[in-house]
Design a protein around this ligand. Sequence first.
Ligand code: PHE
Length: 452
Amino acid sequence: MLGPMSAPQREHWSRGLGFTLAAVGSAVGLGNMWRFSYMTAEHGGAAFVLLYVLMTLLLGLPVMLAELTVGRGAGKSPILALGHYGGRKWRPLGGLFVLTGFAILSYYSVIAGWTLRYTVSGVLGGFPEPSNAEALFGQIASGWDAVAWHLGFMVICTFVVARGVRAGIERASLLLMPVLGLMLLGLAVFAAVLPGSGAGYGYYFTGDLRGALDFDVVTDAAAQAFFSLSLGMGAILTYASYLSRQSDLPLEGARIALSDFGVALLAGLVVFPLIFALGLQHDVGESTLGALFITLPTAFNKLGAAGAIIGVIFMLALSVAALTSAISLLEVVTASLVDVWNWRRAPAAWLCGGAIALVGVPSALNLEVLDAMDSVGGQFLLVLGGALLAVFVGWVMKNPAAEAAGMHPRPALGAWVWLLRIVVPVILAVLAFYPGGLASQSFGKLWKLFTG
Ligand code: PHE
């Protein structure tokens, strides 16, 4: 073991693919499969998809590269990484990231618990009759059952993080990501050959684009881009801190974003054809957080024996995707204890995992709490964090273009810095703080919770 005086060696990914799969694993999660579909349905289809792509390119990619640059350059988790480039006064921004990760994982794990529960009950007894689907969701989504599955999920997640970067995170990603890809492809093919699925594609790819002009839709699309790419709270930053100097950051960023978008698109290609083929579109018209967890099980039930198998594969895919994302959320919090306070990894992981599990209990008992946590943590704080990080890299860091390039110089990086200096922060600030924007939406929800 290490002597008392020697600083412990920082772990690194054992190979480039390890980082890529882990980062894609972080990005691809419930955000792509559950939130993307529910937001698309809520905002009327194609208009939302289009805006989401725009936001990913204009805001997501630049912030992604910012996180990669700070993480790899500093070789530290967020609090120390921001201190490394900006001095002590920037450490609180890293603290905000940790807090955001804490908040998101606390409710994310509750939803992940639902997917585990649906997987297991699908294996044991199939999926509910249409008349029962809503009641069953009610039972699964909140109450002591939900608490138990949430805690179970947190135990699995913490177990992986406690094992470390290579033996835990990298190994889990190498195993789980290909499995996830195969399951999704299989599901999309199945949905495509269902009679009547065509209308689902129509809904997904066409539609009234005027919806894209609503401020509401724009804020949700931007927030969704951040959530889905795991940006604005240091997850990508922390994973990049285990990267070696040779890695090509712009290329890695593009890879992660493209895979993430590909999976969101693919998930839509499973969900919408399935729903339309079975004539269930009216159930998701007024989509809410739980709609997919009611509609899809109904669809699986209607499909008979094949549906039970398809349903189990779908719910398992959701659980796997959720696990690799949850791991990255917990890693941000854990790595901070390890880096800043020199904790050993395993106790740090169990302490953080335990605390987050506790904070998640109210979300498991009450859907409104979960919804408010998602608004505050999963939307507002991510957009705020992204804006502040853009300002940090654009204005505080010295020569970010050279840091981002490393051994792979690229002329376009000069333009990237200007995006970070002006375009990204201005747009994000408007989306966050304009009346009716993300701040007022999320604090409105919190206010309602406390005042009843
Ligand atoms: N990107 C993950 C998803 O789509 C969620 C996430 C957000 C993970 C922020 C890490 C950080 O489900």
